[in-house]
Design a protein around this ligand. Structure first.
Ligand code: GLU
Length: 501
């Protein structure tokens, strides 16, 4: 007999943007599926209409695609276990809830929100007075209604919820691949709601029904869902279904390692911005291959030495037994270091092609030829693509405004600087061929003749041509800027110096 095909799913709710934790969960599912030659399913858990966020789904699909986590079945591509939006499957959840009703494993509950609230308040009071608390949660009032009471409620037109009749005694147990054996006393479990009064399922019912109908073999998800598993075990048992293997992934902690990485807390104690949404990383200019590599290592490791893994390599070596049991801190510094290494490893055309949209997004009228010409000068200098604009934006503006202090940074007098710039402008203007080598030769000759120190002379030219004291290598930058623009800028700087007196 051949072993069962591995089928895993990423099952986000479209309630917000794709964030690091979700992306890590998706990645592990993807890597595990590819490693095992299995299927990676994307299922959209969109039945909670109160938390629906219209931008969430496009953001999610785009984020997964940007990371290269292509799903085998799911939105936009379909598959034999569809539909893959839970909102298109509501009839199924109703049928399964009805089935449990018929079998006496579930019951209709007519309790009003007010009754539930006052019952909870009483329970809290008992707790505060150290009283015997019994089962937390719902007091099971409707589990024991008589036929007459039910008929009365129905006659009043009250729309019930459907609750699971949880066994009152005994233990619910399961194994998690990472957490080991977990046992919960049934008396600690609530009669959970399966179907709400509007006929929509709760997460628990829809999730269990779909994992079963979609033939999911392994559930890899964040460990905030671990507490739900005993309820799911009871549901699988009630239906007589086999439960998929459970793998609850460790929490991602903030860089300090002390707290959970939160979607809301966006700054470190020292004020550094913490990105958490995948689209923020894309906009800032992290490379998807660096993100994938880095995210794989937040909670998984191969050995103590290897940290750079291409996608194919990750697929080859990824293995659930090496997933860590304890939470891992997200180190932004390490991500920067990795991203810089990936940037250095790109071919020049590739890097230019990735820089262009980022530069354009930042408002610069950049073109591919000039960006490609800058690449050799900045490739080693940037950690994220968006940093390129600080280096080369001078090439995409019409006029520079000069900071007098910067023009005189090498403690030259305005007159000395003006003389130097005049000599430079005249020499550059006279060049028949405006190439990097020709520029260098011309400017070196002028620097020598000027009697200034080379760095004073070149410093003045740099600030005049780029507006920056720190810029990519000078001669290459001037070549990219072009003869006419360079000369015009040097002359504008001379005028600015004249205004200084
Ligand atoms: N819809 C849940 C979420 O948003 C899915 C949890 C699970 O994977 O079971 O994360």
């Amino acid at each position: 007999m051949t072993s069962q095909t591995v089928r895993v799913r990423f099952a986000p709710s479209p309630t917000g943007y794709l964030h690091l934790g979700g992306a890590r969960t998706a990645l592990y599912n993807y890597l595990f599926a590819r490693h095992e030659g299995g299927r990676f399913v994307l299922r959209i858990e969109d039945t909670d209409r109160t938390r629906y966020h219209p931008e969430a789904l496009p953001d999610l699909l785009m984020g997964l695609r940007w990371l290269g986590l292509w799903w085998d079945e799911g939105p936009e591509i379909g598959g034999e276990y569809g539909p893959y939006y839970q909102s298109d499957r509501v009839h199924l959840y109703r049928e399964y809830a009805e089935q449990l009703l018929r079998e006496g494993r579930a019951y209709r509950c007519y309790c009003s929100a007010e009754r539930l609230a006052s019952q909870r308040a009483r329970q809290r009071e008992d707790d505060d007075h150290g009283g015997a608390t019994g089962t937390p949660g719902y007091d099971r009032h409707c589990r024991y209604l008589t036929a007459k009471q039910i008929a009365d409620y129905e006659a009043q037109g009250i729309r019930p919820v459907i609750r699971l009749a949880v066994p009152l005694e005994g233990v619910t147990e399961f194994d998690d691949l990472l957490r080991g054996h977990i046992a919960v006393q049934n008396e600690q479990l609530d009669d959970l709601v399966l179907l709400k009064s509007d006929g929509f399922p709760t997460y628990h019912l829809a999730n269990v029904v779909d994992d079963h109908l979609m033939a999911i073999t392994h559930i890899l998800r964040g460990d905030e869902w671990l507490a739900s598993v005993p309820k799911h075990v009871l549901l699988y048992r009630a239906f007589g279904w086999e439960m998929p293997v459970q793998v609850h992934l460790p929490t991602i902690l903030d860089p300090s390692g002390k707290g959970k990485l939160s979607k809301r807390k966006k700054k470190t104690a020292d004020g550094k911005e913490l990105l958490t949404y995948i689209h923020e990383f894309r906009q800032k200019g992290y490379l998807p291959e660096a993100m994938v590599n880095f995210l794989a290592l937040v909670g998984w490791s191969y050995d103590a030495e290897h940290e750079f893994f291409g996608r194919d390599e990750l697929i080859r070596v990824f293995d659930l037994t090496r997933v860590s049991k304890s939470p891992g801190a997200f180190s932004y510094d390490k991500l920067d270091y990795m991203n810089a290494a990936y940037i250095r490893g790109l071919g020049q055309n590739d890097l230019a092609g990735r820089l262009l949209p980022i530069l354009r997004e930042s408002g610069l009228d950049a073109d591919i030829d000039s960006v490609l010409a800058f690449v050799p000068h900045i490739q080693e200098r940037i950690k994220v693509l968006s940093e390129a604009s600080e280096w080369i934006d001078f090439a995409y503006v019409d006029d520079l405004s000069y900071d007098a202090g910067e023009l005189l940074q090498k403690r030259l007098t305005p007159q000395q600087a003006a003389v130097a710039l005049e000599a430079a402008a005249a020499a550059l203007e006279a060049l028949p061929e405006y190439s990097e080598t020709a520029i260098e030769a011309a400017l070196r000759a002028q620097a020598e003749a000027s009697g200034l120190k080379a760095r004073e002379f070149f410093g003045a030219v740099r600030v005049a041509a780029t507006g920056k004291a720190v810029a990519p290598p000078l001669f290459g930058s001037l070549a990219i800027l072009g003869q006419a623009r360079t000369v015009r800028r040097l002359k504008a700087a001379i005028a600015a110096l004249a205004a200084l007196g």
